[in-house]
Design a protein around this ligand. Structure first.
Ligand code: CA
Length: 230
């Protein structure tokens, strides 16, 4: 199997090198570009599996390049993670608005970056809804409706099962209660937001049998995240 390729668009050679090294350690092939023009050339030559795009670039900015990629049919669905030194909420929203799949603030650890890349690539993969998903020692089998941790069977209700399924296919990202309601319960259903807390509690209880409840994390003021990076 050929390794997946990641295009790093970053004008600072030291960061490009650090990221390139982390990617190759994680088994990815890294391709580098120092500005938007080079990036467009690399993408035209051979589309990568994902683009890491720095916000601040000389010439055409990262945001402009992201817009350009989203406007073109050939690159519309190319997974895209913005890298930035800015941490303001407004900028983050702007990045996500133009269609970035995720947003990583500098300074970041290579480990965190690789985890985010893997999460975005998993989301971008064609949905194979009946495929068993494994993450951090938990296996979820959508067909058999079973969750296991090693030999331990983790019993849970259908809502907890759907919630866990969503979390495992959307790991390392924070979701608000209302986003979870839309994604797991469906936007047509009227449920109070605190219902989410009830099911999170039940899910944690089910997972605590194998000590995996720590993967379901509360992010104060924002919502919940499933992360195996603990
Ligand atoms: Ca830069």
């Amino acid at each position: 199997m050929s390794s997946r390729s990641i295009l790093i668009v970053e004008d600072e050679p030291a960061i490009r090198e650090m990221v390139g090294f982390a990617l190759s350690q994680a088994g990815f092939e890294s391709i580098e570009a120092g500005d938007a023009a080079q990036a467009r050339k690399r993408i035209a030559e051979r589309p990568p599996d994902l683009v890491l795009l720095d916000w601040m670039l000389p010439g055409m900015s990262g945001i402009e390049l992201a817009r350009y990629l989203r406007k073109n049919d050939a690159t519309r669905k190319l997974p895209l993670i913005m890298l930035t030194a800015r941490s303001e909420e407004a900028d983050k929203l702007k990045g996500l608005e133009i269609g970035a799949d995720d947003y990583v603030t500098k300074p970041f650890s290579p480990r965190e970056l690789v985890a985010r890349i893997n999460a975005v690539l998993r989301r971008a993969a064609p949905a194979a809804n009946d495929e068993t998903i494994s993450s951090g020692g938990i296996s979820l089998d959508p067909t058999g409706h079973r969750v296991t941790a090693g030999d331990t069977n983790l019993e849970m209700g259908p809502t907890e099962f759907r919630l866990l399924h969503f979390f495992m296919t959307h790991a390392e990202r924070v979701y608000s209660r209302s986003q979870l309601l839309d994604q797991v319960w469906g936007s047509h259903v009227y449920v109070e937001e605190r219902t989410v807390d009830v099911h999170i509690r039940r899910l944690r209880k089910a997972l605590s049998l194998s000590g995996h409840d720590r993967f379901v994390q509360t992010v104060r003021g924002s919502g919940y995240r499933f992360s195996t990076q603990v």
